[in-house]
Design a binder for this molecule. Structure first.
Ligand code: FAD
Length: 414
């Protein structure tokens, strides 16, 4: 049996995997990527956040991505009946990028992987990790299997697990932990959007509040199609008769904005469903490995934070792996877990506040305070590590306080 050798083995070639491979390769260490699927492959997660642009820039991906002419994204617009909350990333509190992209992920992920391959990183597609053995010196021997069932082995000094929903190391070593968020479901498709120009600008994600706890994403692409998805609890979808395609059509007709825009839209593929996606793990690192991207924790799609966390966590983890393999000491708990968890906890407060309705009160308030708008806009852009922003630093208390203030007619001072 063939045994390959590398310094760092990266599992998964999604955004987290490609970012990791790029940073490791730039450091001069050997890196090898294994990916279960054949690319391009469909994956959900199409609306990016400005914060991930910094990582894509460091990874050397921007030039190739720009050539793809993806739809530029300048903000996020929330609609509830006649009410509108439009956040423009150029009007932010935190320093940083004020735009990003809306991307069909098959093409986006393929572009990232092409960049690392062009730089000489070996990527084995249709190769699935089935087992890993770790040794006392933190090195490991990974068993992989190709589509024909042929097994191979990869010896590595360190592993970065960027396997997304595959959750390879948490599953193999029983590190999975249930999320504190309620389980939810999404039904979605890519649709034609011929009436796009009569409605909103294509350069932002539109979130429509559909019913309590249920919302819709509208993510226009530059190819003229739009990603349209409904998210709610299981009970909500169970009440609607028919299969997923029938439910999808009925849901479009159940909201005036959606009916006017999408009643006659064609589905590019039959509506698909995803459910119970929130998951986390006991630990983000261990003897000879670190977890990045969705493997660490995926919260909820409402604020499009998935790819941002995937890329930011991979960037940080990869720098720490380089530091470690070059002989320096790394405090994984403080330098990695605590940092990532701080950003995750911030978004978790906003996700909870969204489903509790607290954010509705804030987003659609009649009187809005410009500085607070900017601070919340920075959270929505993914700048969830800026401790100068009170809506980051005191995320658990500030949103509740602001909602109370609005409900009391702004009688409490800031
Ligand atoms: P992935 O993109 O999942 O890549 C992991 C790769 O690992 C895959 O290619 C997989 O094939 C490979 N793999 C798995 N198992 C193995 C194995 N055993 N061996 C080898 N390879 C393996 N995020 C956003 O940023 N914006 C959005 O608008 C958004 N919308 C979403 C809507 C829904 C309904 C859901 C559920 C999620 C959404 N997300 C969104 C989240 C987004 O999908 C993920 O956060 C993102 O894809 C994570 O990237 P990743 O690189 O960590 O993992």
């Amino acid at each position: 049996m063939e045994v390959k050798e590398t310094d760092v083995l990266v599992i998964g070639a999604g955004p987290a995997g490609s970012v990791a491979a790029s940073i490791i390769q730039k450091s001069g260490l050997r890196v090898h990527v294994v990916e279960k699927e054949k690319f391009p492959r469909f994956v959900i997660g199409e609306s990016l956040l400005p914060r991930c642009m910094e990582v894509l820039e460091e990874g050397g991906f921007l030039e190739e991505l720009k050539k793809k002419k993806f739809q530029e994204k300048f903000g996020a617009k929330f609609l509830k009946n006649e009410m509108i909350a439009d956040y423009n990333f150029s009007d932010q509190f935190s320093e940083g990028w004020n735009w990003t992209w809306q991307v069909p992920r098959a093409e986006f992920d393929q572009t990232l992987v092409d960049v690392i391959k062009q730089r000489g990183v070996p990527v084995d597609f249709q190769t699935t990790v089935t087992a890993i053995e770790f040794f006392d010196d933190e090195s490991s021997l990974t068993t992989v299997q190709d589509v024909h069932g042929v097994e191979g082995k990869i010896k590595a000094r360190f592993i970065i697990d960027a396997s997304g929903y595959g959750r390879v190391i948490p599953r193999l070593f029983k590190l999975d932990k249930p999320s504190v968020l309620d389980p939810r479901k999404a039904i979605f498709a890519h649709v034609t959007d011929a009436k796009r120009d009569q409605f909103d600008e294509p350069n932002r994600i539109i979130i429509v509040t559909y019913a309590p706890g249920t919302w819709v994403w509208i993510i226009p692409f530059s190819n003229g199609n739009t990603s349209l998805g409904f998210v709610g609890d299981f009970e909500f979808f169970n009440q609607i008769e028919g299969d997923d395609s029938a439910k999808f059509r009925k849901l479009i007709l159940g909201n005036e904005y959606l009916k006017n825009r999408f009643e006659y839209a064609e589905c590019i593929f039959e509506p698909r469903k995803l459910e119970s996606w929130s998951a986390t793990t006991d630990k983000f690192y261990g003897n000879g490995f670190v977890l990045t991207g969705n493997v660490t924790e995926f919260l909820d799609p409402i604020f499009s934070s998935g790819v941002m966390f995937a890329t930011v966590s991979s960037q940080l983890a990869s720098h720490l792996v380089v530091k470690k393999l070059k002989g320096e000491k790394v405090d994984w708990q403080i330098e990695y877990t605590t940092t990532i968890q701080q950003g995750v906890a911030t978004f978790r407060s906003y996700v909870t506040a969204w489903y509790e309705g607290t954010l509705d009160t804030i987003f659609f308030a009649k009187k809005r305070i410009p500085l607070v708008q900017k601070q919340i806009c920075s959270v929505l852009a993914g700048y969830v590590w800026d401790q100068n922003n009170p809506y980051v630093k005191n995320h658990t208390t500030e949103i509740k306080r602001l909602a109370r203030m609005i409900e009391n007619g702004m009688k409490i001072s800031l």
